[in-house]
Design a protein around this ligand. Structure first.
Ligand code: FAD
Length: 392
């Protein structure tokens, strides 16, 4: 046979991989297993929370992938037999593979946060998977009275999109400044330093005065438990009962990675960065947030670049050719107010078992407002380009 590849997860990593496989070799049988008919994307979902954008702008379907010859299976993968090489979906169907790609994104490491679970997320939203959670946090902000406190609890790294919690704090402050100016944003942080910190802190001072207060790890900012019935957040420093509580729990690879046996004790999946093949199970590749990428931040850009590089490696492996060494490019924009953006960009290459940054940097800290405005426009263009490339 020409080769059967099953891809689990139709987000930025999985959809990009499925498409690149089919484009590289039209004879490949490519099956994409994803439980949702509509993907709701996280980039720009902070704008939805702040009332600057509607959720519909975040939604994408799989019709174009199907039209390109990819079989779309609207089911969750429930079991994986890596001996007989088959993926079984929730309805009991089994799909055999020569190579399997997992791009399941993240799940929450709930043992690390007592009190927090799916039921708790109904009162204390995480909004770290876009969709109903995004809208719930927005509704809570809308219902809050002026003078209230919005707390955002941020986990340690590795986690999905390290700068996005600070972007969220910024856009919530933007919303409050115009609607409820006596309110506060309180960041409870399990880190001391964070991505693009100087850029964020400069923007906060310029745009929001002292509306945003941050309690860092060394000041006791790490959240140790929550009580959803009283909306209490317990930190190493003390207890907080904010009017709106947004707790982003610690994370690990999506649950199915554990089922397949490709996640290690860290909760993430070690890979060979040249092929994305699991270090633990042969013929299974892991891309996107779920893999242990080292220096490459977990982002949609990275997941997409990894998905494509993995597709190229699989095509080479199936035809007995040596895989090329990937050079991945990732760019991550932060929009902290309408017309005010900055970014982090990098090139990454395999070094040992991980990716190392070979080149990169952030926007300059001291830059005219025109550059911030231009980067906000570029961010929108980036969103249009990556979503068209993945789903359009
Ligand atoms: P996902 O996109 O989460 O896709 C995983 C898919 O797998 C899901 O569709 C899920 O339904 C499916 N799945 C899970 N389990 C199974 C199963 N058992 N069977 C079948 N399917 C399954 N990144 C950027 O580059 N730029 C940004 O500006 C940016 N902003 C962000 C803002 C926020 C608030 C957040 C939370 C994230 C942001 N990100 C951004 C990060 C980006 O969303 C993720 O890094 C990216 O989605 C990772 O892609 P993925 O394919 O690994 O996972």
């Amino acid at each position: 046979s020409a080769g059967r590849v099953v891809v689990v997860g139709g987000g930025f990593g999985g959809a990009a991989c499925a498409r690149a496989l089919k484009r590289a070799d039209a004879k490949l049988q490519v099956t994409l297993i994803e439980p949702n008919k509509t993907y709701v994307c996280c980039p720009f979902s902070n704008e939805v929370i702040a009332g600057l954008r509607e959720i519909e702008a975040q939604q994408f379907g799989y019709d174009k992938l199907a039209a390109g010859g990819i079989s779309i299976v609207t089911q969750a993968a429930a079991g994986i037999d890596t001996q007989t090489r088959g993926v079984t979906t929730g309805d009991g169907t089994t799909f055999g593979y020569d190579r399997l790609v997992l791009s399941p994104g993240i799940d929450f490491h709930l043992e690390a946060l007592p009190g927090y679970d799916e039921a708790a997320s109904e009162t204390i939203p995480h909004a770290w998977k876009a969709g109903a959670q995004t809208l719930l946090l927005r509704q809570q902000l809308e219902a809050m009275e002026d003078g209230g406190t919005v707390a955002i609890a941020i986990p340690a790294n590795p986690s999905r999109c390290p700068p996005a919690p600070y972007e969220r704090a910024s856009l919530i402050a933007h919303y409050l400044t115009s609607r409820k100016p006596r309110s506060k944003v309180l960041i409870l942080d399990a880190k001391d330093a964070f991505s693009q910190q100087r850029l964020f802190e400069k923007a906060w001072k310029e745009l929001y005065g002292d509306m945003i207060e941050r309690v860092a790890l060394s000041q006791g900012g790490r959240v140790t438990s929550v009580d959803p019935t009283t909306r209490t957040i317990v930190t190493e420093f003390g207890n907080y009962t904010p009017d709106v509580a947004n707790v982003i729990p610690p994370q690990r690879a999506g649950r199915i990675a554990g089922v397949a046996g490709v996640a290690d004790a860290t909760g993430w999946c070690p890979i060979d960065p040249v092929t994305f093949e699991s270090k633990l199970v042969p013929n299974v590749h892991v891309v996107g947030d779920a893999c242990l990428g080292g220096g490459i931040p977990k982002s949609a850009s990275a997941a997409s670049a990894q998905g494509k590089a993995c597709a190229s490696a699989i095509v080479n492996l199936l035809t007995g050719r040596a895989p090329d060494t990937p050079r991945l490019t990732g760019v991550c924009y932060n929009v902290v107010a309408p017309g005010y953006g900055f970014s982090l960009a990098g090139h990454y290459q395999p070094r040992g078992d991980i990716f190392a940054e070979v080149e990169g940097g952030t926007s300059p800290v001291d830059a005219p407002r025109e550059l911030r405005a231009r980067e906000a426009t570029e961010a929108e263009r980036w969103f249009e380009t990556i979503t068209a490339d993945t789903f359009g």
